[in-house]
Ligand binder design. Sequence first.
Ligand code: FES
Length: 152
Amino acid sequence: ERHPLTITVNGREHTLELEAWVTLLDLLRERLGLTGTKKGCDQGQCGACTVLVDGRRINSCLTLAVMQVGRSVTTIEGLADGDKLHPLQQAFVEHDAFQCGYCTPGQICSAVGLINEGQAKCSAEVRELMSGNVCRCGAYPQILRAVSQVAG
Ligand code: FES
């Protein structure tokens, strides 16, 4: 059974019909074509699917799309301001904070949420608070430098 719902993603309202069991991740990737958000484990363990809901980071594979009605979802596609990269995107470029890039959208969304939370006061805290975002290439030192530059 499908339910009508209206959801706001990157400032744009979408009205669609959706089964209640569709995750936010599958809604973004498969229904809205926003494939910047990645599916890694689909079980809440890798952070590749991290997006922002009302400014707070969330694993989109672990939440249902129907729960986001009335909330504002932001994905990696929504962070830049026209041609101008978000400061964290710019920092990732400057610090070479990716290799294969698969975890990068999640890393960046997570870092934006982290900064919104105002908790990252030093790089040890950034490392701890970003521990839900796995990088299989091991680009952690560069990621940490990029995030710390913007957070600090
Ligand atoms: Fe959601 Fe891995 S795909 S945490």
